[in-house]
Design a protein around this ligand. Structure first.
Ligand code: HEC
Ligand code: HEC
Length: 170
């Protein structure tokens, strides 16, 4: 009797150990996959954004060096208007999108880039004005070692790949 109970207990322990190992195995399994998928997601964003840029470039073919204010419909930021359209798109891609870690459609309606319907696009205009103000103020500072033109900050100085810079401080 005692032997049988002991055997049952042993079987139970063995089963639990197997189950525990299996569950540990399961919880351990997805972890190593996290590393490969995280950069893959970023790459996908970059691929998507490059594709959007290509689409716009095709539409404006031959006008890449004309001012963005003339080539596009709704460029309101004063210093953007005179930037060549091709460079404007590189700022949208390598500057705005990369700094926030988003695709173009975080700010734009896919079917109408001129539309201001998306709140983040309107927020980005306000951010651009703030970024400009900070750089002007940095340029006026008297007690820095660096030359005024070496002090410019940009979107990624704060954002560093995150939509909300405060949330990224984990
Ligand atoms: C963080 C927000 C944001 C992201 C991301 C972004 N844009 Fe923009 N985009 C803007 C803002 C703001 C304007 C308007 C600028 C102005 O008013 O001077 C604009 C304007 C444009 C315009 C001009 C549209 C027109 O006809 O007036 C194009 C084209 C454009 N963006 C393309 C892109 C592409 C392509 C991407 C992705 C690679 C992108 N944008 C990502 C904020 C963004
Ligand atoms: C001095 C720091 C700083 C700089 C520089 C800065 N941002 Fe921001 N940005 C913030 C902070 C902080 C928030 C979050 C504000 C909140 O939601 O309370 C934010 C939020 C945003 C949002 C709103 C995102 C959303 O989906 O709600 C957009 C869009 C944005 N920034 C675009 C830009 C762009 C484009 C630039 C460069 C032209 C820029 N930011 C430069 C600090 C900065």
């Amino acid at each position: 009797m005692i032997f049988r109970q002991a055997l049952a207990l042993l079987t139970l322990v063995a089963c639990c150990t197997v189950a525990l190992c299996a569950s540990q195995q399961q919880s351990a399994d997805p972890k190593p996959q996290l590393t490969p998928t995280a950069p893959a997601r970023d790459n996908t964003n970059q691929e998507i954004n490059d594709r959007y840029v290509q689409q716009v470039l095709q539409k404006i073919a031959g006008r890449e060096n004309e001012p963005a204010g003339k080539v596009f419909k709704n460029v309101q930021i004063a210093w953007f208007k005179s930037v060549p359209a091709g460079r404007f798109l590189r700022i949208m891609n390598g500057g705005y999108s990369r700094a926030l870690g988003v695709s173009c459609t975080h700010c734009h309606l896919e079917q109408d880039f001129a539309s201001d319907d998306k709140r983040p696009k309107r927020a980005a205009r306000e951010m651009a004005a703030m970024h400009r103000m900070i750089n002007e103020q940095l340029g006026r500072m008297q007690n820095l070692e660096t030359k005024p033109q070496e002090r410019a900050i940009n979107c990624s100085t704060c954002h560093r790949g995150a939509v909300n810079p405060m949330a990224s401080e984990r």
